[in-house]
Design a protein around this ligand. Structure first.
Ligand SMILES: Nc1nc2c(ncn2[C@@H]2O[C@H](COP(=O)(O)OP(=O)(O)OP(=O)(O)O)[C@@H](O)[C@H]2O)c(=O)[nH]1
Length: 389
């Protein structure tokens, strides 16, 4: 029997304009037998969403505007939540994070004691639900996608946050499906699935799902959600896999031993979505590797991992790319770990041979060893927007 009488929290994340408020309004209009409270976080000074939702919930809205709960307002959030349950009977809380919020720090705030008190004494995080705009996703990651010109042109500067939101969730609503043709939608879903192998994905228009699907979801598990991202699984499979050598096509076997539905795999294959893991225990030549990054394959939706660079052999370089933004810089030291490069590339119609050959050509040769740049002169860190046109 479930004896946990703490108040469940459902955390809604997703990019700007994906449909989070649309979903909140649905939940508020039809909460079942729950006394619902809503926390709305907006980046502007005036929270327009709060004004609309407030009418429906009476006193049950906390307006955390003018800041982002993932970075600045975390403690305010806990304080406000604890105050709310003092003054009002609440048996479920929905938090709508701002479109630029990263879900992981919010989840951590909600599950860790802080300056404003211990949220875990009164609350439990029930589920993190991502609302993703199917049209915006495809526009962000595939500029060639032949999508209807009549659809609104979403602002997509935050590809990395969008990917974080997809990677860190327990369930996902792929919303605005009315704006995307069916065949493109299959490809969008396959790409989202590759980034997020664990969470159920539901296609929606106007976030039209039964309340229970969202508020009845109790599946949050910090470890499971932290392990879930497609790139982590691909890297793990790359390490455990039988295949050796450098580049290794993934996509059809990235989920070995994991709990997601292998029935998804044909969709990924049918739409050419897959992942490639590149591993090497010899370092990259810094300049050749930087030049290779300049020639970035625009079909890569997501890349992540670690690089071993010859000019700084003690330093772990972290690489992260999401859509048009790419960053690579020092993360720490290898310490007792054997240095090695491990990179995963997720994308559509990836040419694994070309990626493998390109990266192999960056590996330092004995002849290079006398002519490596000094650490201060190597090209790292690199932060840039990729030209994907
Ligand atoms: N075509 C279409 N429009 C939708 C759909 N869902 C929501 N919208 C519209 O998209 C716009 C943004 O929806 P919101 O619910 O405000 O999105 P949000 O995620 O709360 O946006 P922010 O609060 O800015 O982050 C609104 O005009 C909605 O009416 C959908 O499925 N299809």
């Amino acid at each position: 029997m479930d004896t946990d009488d703490r108040i469940p929290i459902t955390l809604l994340c997703g990019p700007l304009g994906a449909g989070k408020t649309t979903l909140v309004n649905r939940l508020v209009a039809d909460p079942g037998d729950r006394r619902l409270a809503v926390v709305l976080n907006d980046m502007g000074e005036v929270n327009v969403d709060a004004a609309t939702v407030e009418r429906e919930t009476d006193d049950g809205v906390i307006d955390l505007s003018n800041g982002c709960i993932c970075c600045r307002l975390g403690d305010d959030l806990v304080g406000e939540l604890l105050e709310l349950v003092e003054r009002r009977d609440v048996d479920h809380v929905v938090i709508e994070a701002s479109g630029i919020s990263e879900p992981l720090p919010i989840a951590r705030t909600l599950t860790t004691p802080g300056d404003s008190g211990d949220p875990t004494a009164r609350f439990r995080l029930a589920a993190v639900v991502a609302v993703v705009d199917a049209y915006g996703f495809w526009k962000a990651f595939d500029p060639e996608a032949g999508l209807p010109a009549s659809a609104p042109d979403p602002d997509r500067p935050l590809a990395e946050v969008l990917v974080d939101q997809i990677e860190f969730c327990d369930s996902l609503l792929l919303n605005k499906c009315d704006l995307v043709p069916d065949d493109a939608l299959d490809a969008v879903e396959a790409a989202v699935r590759e980034l997020q192998p664990r969470a159920p994905i539901r296609r929606t228009v106007e976030c039209d799902v039964p309340t229970e699907t969202v508020l009845g979801d109790d599946s949050f598990d910090f470890d499971a959600v932290s392990r879930a991202p497609g790139w982590k699984r691909a890297l793990a499979a790359g390490r455990d896999g039988a295949e050796t050598g450098s580049g290794r096509p993934g996509g059809d076997d990235h989920g070995h031993g994991h709990d997601h539905d292998h029935g998804d795999v044909p969709a990924a294959v049918a739409h050419g979505v897959g992942s490639i893991v590149y591993e090497h225990d010899r370092p990259f030549h810094p300049e050749r590797f930087a030049a290779w990054l300049d020639e970035w394959d625009g079909r890569v939706v997501r890349a992540k991992g670690f690089a071993y660079v010859a000019s700084r052999p003690d330093t772990v370089f972290g690489l992260s790319q999401a859509g048009p933004s790419l960053r690579i810089g020092p993360l720490g030291e290898w310490g007792d770990d054997d240095p090695e490069t491990r990179l995963v590339f997720i994308g559509r119609d990836l040419d694994d041979g070309a990626i493998e050959r390109g990266l192999d050509a960056c590996i330092v040769a004995d002849a290079d060893l006398g002519s490596l740049p000094e650490p201060a002169d190597d090209p790292f860190p690199i932060e840039r927007r990729l030209d994907r046109d």
